[in-house]
Design a protein around this ligand. Structure first.
Ligand code: SF4
Ligand code: SF4
Length: 92
């Protein structure tokens, strides 16, 4: 990840990992989630949904930090995030 300044505790803190879920048929192809993802996790799909839009695909799942910005921005509630299973176990 590129920072405009490097956090002082960057060596000690580990970024969480998230899983991205897309409801393919609900998407209206606005592209907000793709454009504003800070880690460039999402890309435009080659496929069409039934409405004729190109929903996002999770092209780089390993880069997701579960910031949930895509979930907050989506006007159709078509994308959401969950914390990676292993991280959930680690917090128990
Ligand atoms: S949760 Fe954050 S990093 Fe992950 S895909 Fe959404 S916007 Fe990108
Ligand atoms: S923000 Fe929502 S509606 Fe827009 S492209 Fe992403 S998933 Fe589709």
């Amino acid at each position: 990840m590129k920072y405009w300044r490097k956090p002082l505790d960057a060596e000690r803190k580990r970024a969480p990992h998230g899983n991205v879920h897309v409801i393919f048929e609900r998407c209206k192809g606005c592209g907000f989630c793709i454009a504003y993802c800070p880690r460039q996790v999402l890309e435009v799909s080659d496929e069409f949904n039934r409405k004729g839009y190109h929903p996002p695909v999770v092209a780089h799942p390993e880069q997701c930090v579960n910031c949930r910005l895509c979930e907050a921005l989506c006007p159709e509630f078509a994308i959401w995030n969950t914390l990676d299973e292993q991280e959930v176990e680690a917090t128990k």
